[in-house]
Design a protein around this ligand. Structure first.
Ligand code: HAM
Length: 394
């Protein structure tokens, strides 16, 4: 599905030099300071299991000079990530992400909207409902430092009423105080100044156009000015998608723009980037807590192929391959069975259709297609069969 948006798979190593994460995600972030599994090489070099993959994508993008490609380089990855966490529902030490990154010289807000459209289409196709998209802009190197100073000053005024984590962050990373989940801090945080009132003209324009691009695509969203995200490489657009049924860990996808990162890691200046990562474990939890998301009907094969009589086997094998080439999910008996038994099994497996190939059909060069829900049967030529099956597949 991501290929439809012209994304290509990149396979990344499970570990990298610690520097790659420290410099991109940020040494003061929880991910780098507390959550990485780090180990020393024999020569003293420090390596870490990847806590996320954006840094690795950017490292590979620079190392293989992918910036020489025309236009945007669009990459996706899937695999395990590692963070030292106290395991709980939806939060694991080894978890899995599907992620996508678009890198290149343009920061057009349509790219921001397109990456979001892509993940929303993916989520929708998998059948997860009632997700919510939250967006924000956290400004750039021009406007954010002034805002951060203002925030720090305001936080100092209320310091004694904050918990130890937030107190520490006033110095290290005041923005992170905004996404504190500590109950008692919420009324204090609600009164803090919003970054959205302090964006520079260029960031404001980018944020306005980004919202227009979402509207043009019919994508609903809510602005959350406290959405700062826990990784240092972001600038301007940040976003998260939440799903019901997950409790406190309800973010199934997070992402944003990271325009300075390629240069920071030693690549050429002027390369922009944006992407997201979907937490597969949480996504599956959300799907399974939704009663009708995956019904027995859709999880069964599209076609059960019943062949009846020795001479039909070879033709059945050929047909199974042809159906599978058309992206149909096909189950076929390895041993010969009677029609009644074959239909019983097709029913149990939840097949939508059974294709019956008996000796009569073989002689006529046709196939019987049985719709399992209604029991209706049709005698069809091979091309009629393909047409029916490919248009009826959901
Ligand atoms: P992140 O928000 O740290 O962003 O992670 C993205 C998603 O991974 C989260 O929304 C969540 O669903 C899942 N996730 C994170 N930690 C855990 C965990 N311990 N257990 C289970 N699931 C987890 C990133 O990783 C960025 N690299 C995303 C990105 C890509 N930004 C730009 N491009």
């Amino acid at each position: 599905m991501l290929a439809a948006y012209n994304y290509h798979e990149i396979r990344l190593p499970l570990f990298e030099e610690t520097e790659v994460f420290a410099r991109s995600v940020g040494v003061d972030t929880d991910i780098v300071s507390k959550e990485m599994y780090t180990f020393a090489e024999r020569d003293g070099a420090s390596l870490s299991l990847r806590p996320e993959a954006t840094a690795s994508v950017v490292r590979a993008y620079i190392e293989h000079s992918l910036f020489q490609q025309p236009g945007l380089t669009k990459l996706y990855y899937i695999g395990p990530m590692f963070r030292r966490e106290r395991p709980q529902k939806g939060r694991y030490r080894q978890f899995h992400q599907l992620g996508a990154e678009a890198l290149g010289p343009s920061d057009h807000p349509a790219i921001d909207a397109e990456v979001i459209e892509m993940v929303l289409v993916f989520i929708e196709r998998c059948g997860l409902k009632a997700t919510a998209l939250y967006i924000n802009s956290i400004g750039c190197g021009t406007c954010r430092p002034t805002y951060v100073e203002l925030l720090r000053r305001e936080l100092k005024k209320v310091e004694s009423r904050l918990g130890p984590d937030s107190q520490r962050r006033i110095e290290t990373n005041p923005l992170r105080v905004l996404d504190s989940k500590v109950e008692g801090e919420q009324p204090i945080i609600a009164k803090l100044p919003s970054i959205l009132d302090h964006l520079c003209k260029a960031c404001q324009e980018h944020f306005d156009k980004f919202q227009q691009e979402l509207k043009d695509r019919g994508i609903g969203y809510e602005i959350n000015h406290r959405l700062v995200r826990g990784l240092d490489y972001y600038m301007r657009t940040t976003f998260e998608i939440t799903a019901p049924g997950l409790g406190a860990q309800d973010a199934i996808c997070g992402g944003g723009r990271y325009d300075g990162l390629v240069e920071l890691l030693g690549g050429p200046a002027g390369i922009k980037g944006i992407g997201w990562a979907l937490g597969i474990d949480r996504f599956l939890l959300a799907l399974s807590s939704q009663p009708s998301a995956v019904s027995a009907e859709t999880s069964g094969p599209d076609v059960y192929l019943a062949w009846l009589g020795g001479p039909t086997r070879r033709e059945a094998l050929r047909l199974a391959r042809a159906l599978r080439q058309r992206n149909l999910r096909v189950e076929m008996a390895y041993d010969e069975a009677k029609l009644r038994k074959a239909l019983e099994l097709a029913n149990k497996l939840g097949a939508q259709f059974t294709v019956i190939l008996g000796e009569d059909e073989l002689k006529q060069g046709k196939f019987t297609l049985r719709e399992m829900a209604s029991g209706k049967q049709h005698l069809l030529t091979e091309s009629e069969l393909f047409q029916r099956l490919t248009t009826k597949k959901h």
